[in-house]
Design a protein around this ligand. Structure first.
Ligand code: ADE
Length: 275
């Protein structure tokens, strides 16, 4: 078959892109709290840092894989701006987000972990122009995590939450202090929005319209939207820190320091050992 010049070039470019993506993995890691990323930053060798838009992007190698770690700040806009920088400035090929969330489903307990299978923006409502939760111009009401990412995260987190591993990395007294006994992994729906849920009434109204929601947070579905638009595989991992009601204002910082940040760092160690 004779191709004209343009066709040949397109063909060559396509091959080149595939080649680059296969060989040059660059992992972006975002955390919703500074304490959560500090343990991960410590895993970096050949470390460098660059400040863009008020955020510090730490780059380096973990197990020889190029990695960029950043504190996203809170809320959908902050998270979307951060992940866009990771994609455009640092060329990440995959994104992992770790943070905490409030439990909405009563089966979830503090210390459990959720992998976002479907991510909704619970405050997106363009009615009557479109359906509730529909993302303008994208025609979808939620974003779905790819199976490869989900299965890999599942394997890693099951290992972390196994009794022996967990007790090796977090002292049993600390687990007890936060009432954590045999924490579980859940895979399902996460709802994100610019709202901290701190009363039962708000939590129940959300559950009335989105009964499948497991937990709420403020960044995941925004990160998922940007990754979807740029076709970057992503994983959203959340540790349950509170029950999204009047008790939600408990001591976040000690939970994050003693539990959530250890989970995040250990998840990353296991992740990099798996690739
Ligand atoms: N992140 C952690 N807990 C939360 C809550 N109760 N509401 C929203 N985001 C959260």
């Amino acid at each position: 078959m004779v191709r004209n010049r343009g066709e040949n070039e397109n063909h060559r470019k396509f091959d080149l892109k595939e080649h680059i993506q296969m060989d040059k993995k660059i992992i972006g890691i975002m955390g919703a709290m500074p304490e959560e990323i500090s343990g991960i930053v410590h895993l970096l060798s050949n470390k460098d840092e660059k400040e863009i838009g008020g955020r510090k992007y730490y780059s380096g190698l973990i197990n020889n894989v190029k990695t960029i770690v950043v504190f996203s700040r809170w809320g959908k806009v902050a998270a979307a701006a951060t992940v866009t920088t990771l994609i455009l400035e640092f060329g990440i090929t995959e994104l992992i987000f770790t943070g905490v969330a409030g439990a909405v489903n009563p089966n979830l307990k503090i210390g459990d972990i959720v992998i976002g299978h479907k991510l909704f923006q619970h405050d997106m409502d363009g009615r009557p122009l479109m359906k509730q939760y529909e993302i303008p111009l994208l025609g979808v009401t939620y974003f779905e995590c790819k199976e490869t990412q989900r299965l890999n995260a599942e394997k890693i987190i099951r290992h972390l939450l196994s009794n022996k591993y967990l007790k090796d990395v977090i002292h049993p007294n600390e687990l007890q202090r936060f009432g954590i006994h045999e924490p579980k992994l859940h895979i399902g729906v996460i709802a994100s929005g610019d709202k901290f849920f701190a009363n039962k009434k708000d939590k129940e109204s959300l559950l009335n319209i989105l009964p499948s929601v497991l937990c709420v947070e403020m960044e995941g579905a925004a990160v998922a939207q940007v990754c979807y638009e740029y076709q970057i595989p992503y994983t959203i991992i959340r540790t349950i820190s509170d029950s999204a009601d009047e008790n939600a204002k408990f001591d976040f910082s000690s939970f994050i320091k003693s539990i959530a940040s250890v989970y995040s760092t250990e998840i990353m160690k296991l992740y990099f050992a798996s690739i």
